[in-house]
Design a protein around this ligand. Structure first.
Ligand code: NCD
Ligand code: ZN
Ligand code: ZN
Ligand code: ZN
Length: 351
């Protein structure tokens, strides 16, 4: 028996669609098709392209490239760098947040210089979040800067109990801080690393069972505000090469895994909607989409496989049993996914 329900069109605050510059991994067409097939009608794209989105020109170029091509709605985050500070005022109305890399990961956007960090927190608008890639000790630094300058701070892909503890403490101090967790950190641990090899390598790395429990507890107690897929595709060849790039795709597996958690009694549907719609909508001030919904069959069981819309063509979750299947996606009254086929492009670039 099927058990059909409707969810809102989901919002993913953290994706890497790789255009321009790394379209062998993904592009705006394949990336937003993957979003739609995964129940996401809105995605926010990160700035760590080979030529990073750190100038007004690079941002305008991205907007132009995406226009007319996207299957889901898309918005952008601007990149923080020494050079990008001069453009903050010009771009703040066109983006949803400022992304700041405080640890090594894919791309060249790492900022370690203390003076530049101070300037970034001081100059960025207090009205939109600074999203940080800040693991462990660097998270403490990010929190103290946000406190000093009064910024909205959003912590990306939290993976450790120690980070959850810091965020809980900052929230209870009254700081304007939010955070996200990914499904790879919720559903995989360092034990899966063996089996997955390079396909289980990402930043932050898969953590321990104890850290993983802290993330689930963080969801339950409300310290975790949202789920971000951190959809970070790389080709199979790149993953199998000497210098393994960090990152795994996630757009098409996030909702199925969360629905499976609902089926298992680890998550309520209300909580799922908060994490994937209500909270990202509020924190990033995402516009409404009229007549937009995702229909899922809560009871349909299946095995996650590599038959996906993402250009990279693999997922670290292949072989996992899921319960809860995406049957239909409607965007502004148009059928955009029927459970098999994608229709469009009907997406808009949000500026
Ligand atoms: C991301 C990527 O490949 O762009 N990789 C990752 O391992 N998460 C960058 C990032 O989000 O840190
Ligand atoms: Zn990151
Ligand atoms: Zn990322
Ligand atoms: Zn069931």
């Amino acid at each position: 028996m099927s058990n059909l329900i409707k969810l809102p069109g989901l919002i993913d605050p953290h994706v890497h669609l790789r255009e321009p510059g790394a379209t062998q991994k993904e592009d705006f067409i394949t990336g937003t098709k993957a979003a739609i097939a995964g129940g996401y009608t809105t995605v926010l794209d990160m700035p760590n392209n080979p030529i990073p989105t750190v100038t007004q020109q690079a941002l305008e170029e991205k907007i132009k490239l995406a226009t007319g091509k996207v299957y889901s709605d898309i918005g952008f985050h601007f990149g923080a760098s020494r050079e990008s500070i001069q453009y903050f005022k010009q771009v703040e109305d066109k983006v949803f947040g400022l992304k700041l890399y405080m640890n090594h990961t894919t791309g060249e956007l790492l900022i370690e210089d203390a003076t530049v960090l101070e300037e970034i927190f001081s100059e960025w608008t207090k009205g939109k979040p600074i999203l940080v890639h800040a693991e462990a000790d660097t998270l403490a630094k990010a929190i103290s800067l946000a406190k000093k300058y009064g910024n909205k701070l959003h912590v990306c892909h939290v993976s450790l109990k120690a980070e959850i503890d810091m965020i809980r403490a900052a929230k209870s101090e009254g700081l304007d801080i939010t955070c996200e967790v990914t499904c790879h950190h919720l559903f995989l641990t360092e034990e899966d690393q063996q089996r997955l090899g390079p396909f289980g390598i990402m930043r932050p790395p898969l953590s321990s069972k104890e850290d993983q429990s802290a993330l689930w507890y963080g969801i339950e107690e409300g310290v975790v505000d949202m789920i971000g897929s951190d959809h970070a595709p790389h080709t199979k060849d790149e993953k199998l090469s000497e210098k393994v790039p960090n990152g795994v795709p996630g757009l098409e597996t996030t909702l199925p895994l969360l629905l499976t958690a609902v089926d298992d009694g680890r998550l309520t549907l209300d909580k799922l909607i908060e994490l994937t719609y209500t909270n990202p909508k509020r924190v990033f001030n995402i516009p409404d989409q009229q007549d937009t919904f995702v229909e899922v069959d809560l009871d349909e069981p299946y095995t996650i496989n590599n038959k996906l819309y993402t250009k990279c063509g693999w997922t670290p979750f292949a072989g996992m049993e899921a319960t809860g299947r995406i049957k239909k996606v409607v965007l502004r009254g148009q059928l955009v996914f029927d459970g098999q086929n994608i229709f469009g492009p009907y997406g808009q670039v949000m500026v």
